[in-house]
Design a binder for this molecule. Structure first.
Ligand code: MRU
Ligand code: ZN
Length: 215
């Protein structure tokens, strides 16, 4: 674990607003059954250098604003001795890679977990013909295919981050699956990230159902 950094200070009103938004979305996602046990982590960018993120190991259905902390983009806690999410590096990777990303959401729904395992050998879930593509920023038609990347799971965050970095070649990808683990989705703000998360969950559910029907 990286040591807390003394600087930079942050705007506490901005932090409080981010914490309230994270708590609100996280409770809703937990109520859907997408954060079993203590699974899932959630963040909002506060500035070029800082993000508000969930503390590690909390029941995400019972969060309060005090369960949100600040990290810098090198995963170091800022002005707190709390431990940030074990997967903080996956959040900061997206913030560093895409300057316009404002929020990152990570859930472990059964659909996401199963789809990640089933499609891991192909390295992607190929989605085709969905009207719901239009819920993804930059996508305007159902008449296309969309490859949602799937990376192997790892407890080594450097290895996992490198795997993710290697598969994010297409613009407007907005999400990836980790095999047997769950989904990361992001957007310019938490509302857009949530729309992307919900759209992926729906389309993955359809893919699994179609596999079942085909036998
Ligand atoms: C309950 S196991 C899930 C964790 O290993 C992890 O994948 C996760 O999503 C939550 O970790 P956290 O450190 O609370 O952010
Ligand atoms: Zn996880």
């Amino acid at each position: 674990m990286n040591a807390p950094t003394s600087a930079p200070a942050f705007d506490h009103n901005l932090y409080a607003g981010c914490a309230a938004q994270i708590v609100s979305h996280t409770r809703e996602l937990a109520a859907k059954g997408w954060t079993p046990a203590t699974a899932g982590n959630f963040s909002i960018r506060m500035s070029a250098d800082l993000a508000a993120i969930t503390i590690s190991g909390k029941d995400k259905g019972r969060l309060s604003e005090a369960d949100i902390m600040v990290v810098d983009m090198d995963n170091r806690p800022v002005a707190t001795h709390h431990r940030p999410s074990a997967e903080t590096a996956l959040h900061t990777h997206l913030y560093r890679r895409y300057p316009d990303v404002g929020a990152v959401l990570h859930t472990h729904s059964p659909t996401q977990t199963i789809a990640g395992l089933l499609y891991a050998p192909e390295g992607r879930v190929r989605l085709k013909g969905y009207e719901l593509f239009k819920a993804l920023r930059g996508h305007t038609t159902h008449e296309k295919t969309f490859d949602l990347p799937v990376v192997p799971n790892s407890q080594d965050m450097d290895e996992l981050t490198a795997s993710v970095d290697a598969v994010l070649s297409e613009p407007n990808t907005w999400g990836y699956l980790i095999a047997g683990h769950g989904l990361y989705a992001w957007g310019k703000d938490i509302s857009e990230a949530r729309r992307h998360l919900d759209a992926f969950e729906f389309m993955l559910g359809c893919e699994l159902e179609m596999r079942r029907l085909r036998g």
